[in-house]
Design a binder for this molecule. Structure first.
Ligand SMILES: O=P(O)(O)OC[C@H]1O[C@H](OP(=O)(O)OP(=O)(O)O)[C@H](O)[C@@H]1O
Ligand SMILES: NC(=O)CC[C@H](N)C(=O)O
Ligand SMILES: [Mg+2]
Length: 505
């Protein structure tokens, strides 16, 4: 998952972009970037690392201008090289910078078409650079000297017809403004906000999550609709239009399970409320079907599962204890690159308080089990801390299939739930009992907050890929390109990559 933001302001936007990126940091910890337009010239700073490490005072000084976009990256395509940090830039037409959250499923074909049709060279292995070039080529085809809202909407409509997969995008055209659009399924989130200056002029923000809107002093306004494009000119005029032929709302359910911050509201669903509902549903299942388990205490695996576990404890009428302490200086482990780093980080990140485990039957709660890295080690830690029995509950059902829409789960074989039933998984993670949420209950937990959502993107649980273009040969290619061994090989070679259009360190 990545985080994106764009701001059209009346004063310099560098600090607000930086602040927004820090509030989206949980969506991507690998790289960060900001581009602003300063008197007709792009200013760019992007590099690998956390937001606080990428931007130093000297970079912030250079990022002048009243309009800009930013990105935090969690790679799902291409390499982890800093040359693939975003935003990307292309000089024709006009000068365009673009930031993307999601993953294109036809990137390979698009790259070939770009060369055949437009002789466009793609310098990295990133699908987002391809997306930028498709957009640039279509805008060029409008043959306009000044870009009008009509040109923008015609361009996005043509982009929608060509690209497949998941995409929430912010793009900036020098001398014109910012464009934001979302794929016709609305798989990845994108929200709009505004604020007024002291003189009553409007400023706008688009961001992956509403937390970035709240935290920068903007007011949340609405979600960008699936398929919709929003164009905000540099003078602050806002235009919007539905640009997809057949938009259908089908947001990614994993945003609610894990990715988004609980204080965000996505597609009118409070992430926090949906997690409380997940806890209630799972608590009810435990009460109904597992009444024979003698549980003394419910313990969350910080951080994402805390709201879920608290609700389970309340349904079961059991004590809730924070038996694991989280090291606040270690980030999210699931989105770290490479299994070695992920494995090592679990014990660095979480430590048990023995008193909460000694001689007790504990129910550990997590939001999801993906590779099983966390659950396996945490159960071992609970036993070392003296637990009698260790039961494990997951607020998401078994994750059995790869994700192709912006979550880095490219390889079925790396998923502990792939081809296995709960009992087998239970043995692998060495629990005394493993209880998964049912998919219908998970869907109901989120839908309860917005019954207008008819369908969710749930492919990791049931293998149904809503875009309809994902077949086994695509999945095999993805696996070969992005499994842990392939990524390791890539990292070794990445220094050879050429870095363009960047401020030096
Ligand atoms: O089965 P796994 O492959 O270990 O993946 C699942 C775990 O990873 C995530 O935690 P993470 O540490 O990323 O973030 P959090 O602090 O937000 O819970 C998630 O919340 C689970 O705990
Ligand atoms: N997680 C994402 O949204 C990734 C965006 C893009 N596919 C990249 O790898 O940089
Ligand atoms: Mg976790």
């Amino acid at each position: 998952m990545c985080g994106i933001v764009g701001i059209v302001g009346k004063d310099p936007v560098n600090q607000a972009l930086y602040d927004a990126l820090t509030m989206l940091q949980h969506r991507g910890q690998d790289a960060a970037g900001i581009v602003t337009v300063d008197n007709g010239t792009l200013r760019l700073r992007k590099a690998n690392g956390l937001v606080r490490d990428v931007f130093h005072t000297r970079h912030m000084h250079r990022l002048q201008g009243r309009i800009g976009i930013g990105h935090v990256r969690y790679p799902t395509a291409g390499s982890a090289s800093s040359a693939e940090a975003q935003p990307f830039y292309v000089n024709s037409p006009f000068g365009i910078a673009l930031a993307h959250n999601g993953n294109l499923t036809n990137a390979h074909e698009l790259q070939q078409q770009l060369f055949d049709k437009a002789r466009r060279h793609i310098n990295t292995t990133s699908d987002s650079e391809i997306l930028l070039n498709v957009f640039a080529h279509e805008l060029y085809q409008q043959e306009c000297l000044r870009v009008t809202p009509e040109d923008v909407f015609a361009t996005v409509a043509r982009v929608h017809r060509q690209i497949r997969g998941a995409y929430a995008v912010v793009a900036m055209i020098i001398g014109h403004g910012i464009i934001a659009f979302r794929d016709p399924w609305g798989i990845r989130p994108l929200v709009l906000g505004y604020r007024e200056t002291a003189t009553g002029e409007k400023e706008y923000i688009v961001a992956s999550e509403s937390v970035a809107v709240d935290g920068t002093g903007f007011t949340y306004w609405r979600d960008v609709e699936p398929g919709e494009a929003v164009y905000i000119t540099e003078d602050g005029e806002l235009y919007s239009r539905q640009c997809a032929d057949n938009p259908q709302h089908c947001p990614c359910i994993f945003e609610y399970v894990y990715f988004a911050r609980p204080d965000s509201v996505i597609d009118k669903v409070s992430v926090y409320a949906s997690r409380v509902n997940m806890g209630r549903k799972l608590g009810e299942k435990l009460k109904r079907d597992y009444a024979d388990l003698e549980i003394d205490v419910v313990i969350p695996i910080p951080e994402t599962s805390c709201d879920i576990a608290l609700e389970i404890a309340s349904v079961l009428n059991l004590p809730y204890r924070q038996g694991f302490v989280k090291n606040r200086y270690i980030g999210r482990t699931f989105i770290m690159p490479g299994q070695t780093q992920r494995r090592k980080s679990v014990r660095r990140k979480l430590n048990a308080i023995s008193a909460e485990f000694k001689g007790k039957n504990v129910l550990l709660v997590d939001d999801s089990i993906v590779r099983g890295t966390t659950s396996e080690q945490i159960i071992e830690m609970a036993r070392e801390a003296g637990a009698k029995k260790v039961y494990f509950a997951s607020a998401a059902p078994e994750i059995r299939f790869p994700n192709v829409y912006g979550i880095d789960m490219p390889s079925a074989n790396e998923l502990i739930g792939h081809g296995r039933e709960a009992e087998e998984i239970n043995e692998l993670i060495n629990a005394d009992g493993l209880i998964y949420q049912d998919l219908d209950d998970l869907i109901a937990a989120v839908r309860e907050e917005n019954p207008d959502i008819q369908r969710f993107e749930t492919s990791v649980f049931n293998g149904e890929y809503i875009t309809g273009d994902v077949n086994q040969s695509y999945l095999d290619r993805l696996d070969a390109a992005r499994n842990d061994v392939a990524l390791h090989r890539q990292t070794v070679n990445e220094d050879a990559n050429l870095e363009l259009h960047n401020e030096d360190g």
